[in-house]
Design a protein around this ligand. Structure first.
Ligand SMILES: Cc1cc2nc3c(=O)[nH]c(=O)nc-3n(C[C@H](O)[C@H](O)[C@H](O)COP(=O)(O)O)c2cc1C
Length: 197
């Protein structure tokens, strides 16, 4: 099983990247994945040039990580009630060649009580041509600076978000298994259906 986690903040040392690293560790510690099976694509530390850039920056590396993933976790901070532009830019690079019919769990990240807008924005737009399949479960990490910092939860909010994360990851891994044969059975080469409607 191979999972790619995309941290969609353009800030280096973002809280979104912190959550991505926490999820990676959870997959290793609680779900028995090995280190090589979980990669983090941090758009703050390795920014993609605004598409279409003169060069593609780290895209060549990301492309390989995404292509071998069986499932994705897409994390986006809420900025001015929107998904951070870095994640929308990422979806201009990403295509069905890497992502088609792979399950993905969304996560909205907020330092306050926001975090829902990036979820609804990405559910509405992002998947049409790349055919990424968002699962019904998503994560909204509110008060992000106060949670997922220590190996053990520090309070009730921290405990609750970790329980929700574990529940969602269990669901995501089941979708990842179930969609493997579906992916193999779908013909993605028909030119008249190259893009979604
Ligand atoms: C330009 C900007 C706009 C923001 N707007 C919102 C917002 O609308 N709602 C919200 O909950 N948090 C907002 N935040 C705060 C983020 O929730 C906070 O920075 C959080 O740490 C996630 O961002 P990060 O992953 O880049 O650290 C904003 C932050 C920035 C930099």
């Amino acid at each position: 099983m191979n999972i790619a986690i995309v941290a969609g903040s353009s800030r280096s040392n973002s809280q979104t990247a912190k959550v991505a690293r926490f999820i990676r560790q959870t997959l290793i510690n609680e779900f028995d994945l090995v280190e090589q099976e979980v990669s983090v694509i941090d758009l703050g530390s390795y920014p993609l040039p605004l598409w279409p850039g003169e060069d593609q920056g780290p895209w060549g590396l990301f492309e390989k990580q995404l292509a071998k993933a069986d499932a994705l976790i897409v994390l986006a901070p809420e900025w001015h009630g929107m998904a951070c532009p870095a994640i929308k830019n990422f979806f201009l690079y990403a295509t069905k060649a890497q992502l088609a019919h792979k399950p993905a769990m969304l996560g909205g990240i907020s330092a306050g009580i926001g975090g829902a807008y990036p979820i609804s924005e990405l559910r509405a737009s992002s998947y049409k041509n790349c055919r990424l399949c968002y699962i019904p479960e998503h994560l909204i990490v509110r008060g992000v600076e106060k949670v997922m910092n220590m190996p053990q939860p520090v309070d009730e909010d921290d405990r609750r978000i970790r329980e929700r994360l574990n529940y969602n990851l269990d669901v995501l891994l089941r979708y990842a298994d179930a969609l493997k044969p579906v992916r193999a059975a779908i013909d993605m080469s028909q030119p008249e259906f190259a893009n979604g409607m």
